[in-house]
Design a protein. Structure first.
Lengths: 215, 10
């Protein structure tokens, strides 16, 4: 564990807490893409298949349970909670995410570390996470005005993978046999997808204005 | 036990 990875995990945790706060405090999920939440639930379930077979540390196990539990809870809330579900922007959240699932799965069948069920699903979850934010970014652009909590959620979600890139650089420099190209390349793509969001987020913060994404 | 293919990250 290094400071970059810890910072990344904490930032990721903050993004989940911000989203839970938004949903429970405002009883609304306006501006949040259910499709991105469902993709993230799939990412965590397929990545943590080793949850009960490999014990790495208490921290690792607890965080896995938190991410799986929170992502499923958010999907449940947005689908079935009688108050929250009413504020879901159904007509704006129309990204055809089956494409993302299909491409990620085919890529995982071709590019993986070992051809085992766990490894193929792990690679699938890494590729899927890189593109899982797309429905959310499209929804933010379509809904124009971005409320603070939704903007902060996406900001922290993007920042966490940027910390992980620093973690991979650090591990590459300090550990002889650290080669994890699947995560690194995928993480770079993932962070790059946030680039324009970060730019407009910074502009809105600098001008102390509402976050406006160009349609 | 060594974690298969080093998945010690979240």
């Amino acid at each position: 564990m290094n400071i970059f990875r810890l910072a990344g995990d904490m930032t990721h945790l903050i993004s989940v807490l911000v989203l839970l706060l938004k949903i429970y405090a405002t009883k609304s999920c306006s501006g949040i893409s259910l499709k991105t939440q469902e993709l993230y639930a799939i990412v965590f379930v397929t990545r943590y298949l080793d949850l009960f077979t490999d014990f790495i540390s208490l921290y690792n196990t607890v965080m896995k349970l938190v991410f799986i539990g929170s992502s499923l809870a958010i999907v449940w809330c947005m689908r079935y909670h009688r108050v929250v579900r009413r504020s879901y922007d159904r007509e704006l959240d129309t990204f055809r995410y089956w494409i993302l699932l299909g491409v990620s799965f085919i890529l995982a069948l071709v590019l993986h570390e070992k051809f085992t069920l766990q490894e193929v699903f792990w690679a699938f979850s890494i590729y899927l996470e890189a593109v899982a934010i797309l429905p959310q970014l499209v929804l933010l652009q379509r809904s124009g005005n971005v409320d603070n909590l939704a903007g902060q959620y996406v900001f922290f979600l993007g920042a966490y993978r940027a910390f992980y890139i620093l973690n991979w650089i650090y591990r590459y420099l300090t550990e002889q046999r650290f080669t994890r190209w699947i995560s690194c390349v995928s993480g770079l793509v993932q962070t790059a997808l946030y680039a324009d969001f970060f730019y407009y987020y910074f502009i809105s913060w600098k001008n102390n204005a509402k976050l406006q994404l160009p349609a | 036990d060594t974690v298969p293919s080093g998945h010690d990250e979240l």
